[in-house]
Each structure stands twice: as C-alpha cells, then as structure tokens.
Design a protein around this ligand. Structure first.
Ligand code: GLN
Length: 275
C-alpha cells in the first residue's frame, strides 16, 4: 500500500471531511514523520509495519469517537502543547479568553493567583509563562493532579506554579490578587445532550456541575471574598445563559462586576468581578 492510499482509504471511513487533518495528524504520530515528509513520500509503498499497526490502532479509536487530543496525549492551548489524558478536560479555545483577560489584569506586576480546578494546568502554566505571577493550582482529582504535575515539569514551572490537592479552595492560605476558574458549568440536561466524544471520554466532574449547572460557580463566588485581597479580581468562565445567575451570586457576595466577554459565537463566556 502507498502512503497516499492509506490516507484516502481511511479518510473515506470518517463521517465528515473536516477530519482530514485528524488523519494527517495520526499518520504523523504513527510513522513519526512530518506532514511534509508524508506528502513527499505519498507515492512510495509503506514499509514501516510498526507504524502501520500504530496508525490502525489510533484510527480505530478515532472512529469510536475518542477525541484526537487523547489519542495524541496532547492539546495545544495558547500556542503551547499540554499533555492531556482522559483524567483531565481537554483545553478549549474559549478558555483562552479567560487567560487573556487574566493577563490583561495582571500586567507586569508580581502577583499571587489562585486557579481553581486546574486540570491539565493549562491556565496556570500559560499565566506563569506570560506574566510574573505565582500561581496556586488547586485540583481535587488525584489522576488529574498527576497530569498537572507532569505539565508543570514539562514547562519547567515548578518555582512558579504550585499544585495543591484540595476541593475548590485551599484550607489556610494568604490572600490572592486574582482568582481564576473554569469550573464545571453544565446542567444535567446539558450533559445529557453532549456528543459521545465528550460524554464518553472527558471527565464528568470537570464538566457537570449539578441539576442547575451553576452550582460550582455559586460556591466559588460565595467564598471568593475570603481569598481575595481588597481590589482583587475574580475571573470566571461561564456557560451559555448563565450571566444573570452569576451576576446575582456576585451581588450576594458583595463583588462588583467589571466586565464580561463574549466568545466567537456571541455567548457571554467570561465574567470578571472585583472585590
Ligand atoms: N482549568 C482547566 C481548563 O480550563 C480544567 C477545567 C475543568 O476541569 N473544569 O481547561
């Protein structure tokens, strides 16, 4: 079989054409070649039997709806490559908005940041890379913690990002200049409607908050004032249609909304408040 035949034969099995890059990416990984090298070799027969076996295994997983990021064990976020396993949520482009806003607010001053539900560490690590802040990255899940630690080491950020096993808030700690979180914010109904690629593979606790969807947001907002310095900021990613509910939580906690940001679909996705 020629490389080009491998490519077209497998592409045809996928439901949509948009996944052609997925096939390319799996070829790159299985045969350890770059996309350019692959296309240069396209009319050569495949001699790498091990690569072919690997490719077929990866491809079966793709057909079974497994997200490409878990097959590759890697996802790009803010231009950086993070290790991901099914223990952590796959970083989403919307969350880059949250990071951008956090960086805007921090500027160049040294600051202490709390990242609640750090997962792969994508938010904490990018903030550390692009500012002078020190981050406490809180994660409740043990398996997710292992991925978080690996990413911290991968980026050599051990001095700046401190992983901490806790549920939402640390026990006793100094106050922070900012708290940032992309908490679970799906309702039971949202969860039921998710496509299988997400529902069957990504960690439920990272996505599903409860019956309402706003349970985790409510908990974070209520306790944020205890952990924020005066003038400190709370930055939250929220779900579609949750702006009003979160505004009410902020009001109840005595925090002032300063801004909200819409994502590329026009959905209010990030809300920022100040103590
Ligand atoms: N902080 C991680 C992210 O934004 C994980 C968030 C989560 O697990 N809910 O991708």
């Amino acid at each position: 079989m020629l490389y080009s035949e491998l490519f077209t034969a497998h592409l045809k099995q996928l439901k949509t054409g948009e996944l052609s890059t997925a096939v390319e990416v799996l070829i790159e990984k299985a045969f350890a070649v770059s996309r350019t090298q692959f296309w240069i070799r396209k009319n050569q027969p495949i001699r790498d039997a091990g690569g072919l076996r690997k490719f077929r295994r990866y491809f079966r997983r793709l057909l079974a709806d497994e997200p490409l990021a878990y097959i590759l064990k890697e996802k790009e976020f803010f231009g950086e490559k993070f290790m991901v396993t099914p223990a952590v949520l796959i970083p989403r482009p919307e969350t880059e908005l949250l990071v951008e806003k956090t960086l805007d607010i921090l500027g160049k001053k040294p600051a202490r940041i709390l990242d609640i539900g750090a997962g792969s560490g994508n938010i904490s690590i990018v903030v550390a890379l692009k500012s002078r802040a020190r981050i406490t990255a809180v994660e409740a899940s043990g398996p997710a913690m292992r991925v978080l630690k690996k990413n911290i080491a991968r980026f050599g950020m051990q001095e700046r990002v401190r992983p901490l096993a806790a549920d939402f808030f640390p026990k006793k700690t100094r106050s922070f200049h900012a708290i940032v979180a992309n908490p679970p914010y799906l309702s039971r109904k949202d969860w039921d409607a998710l496509p299988p690629g997400i529902k069957c593979f990504e960690p439920r606790t990272a996505l599903l908050a409860g019956t309402e969807g706003t349970e985790a947001l409510k908990k974070i907002v209520a306790r944020a004032p205890e952990y924020l310095l005066p003038g400190g900021h709370l930055l939250l990613e929220i779900g579609q249609g949750q702006l009003r509910a979160v505004r009410a939580f902020l009001k109840a906690a005595g925090l002032k909304e300063t801004e909200h940001v819409r994502d590329y679909r026009g959905i209010a996705r990030v809300i920022i408040a100040c103590r």
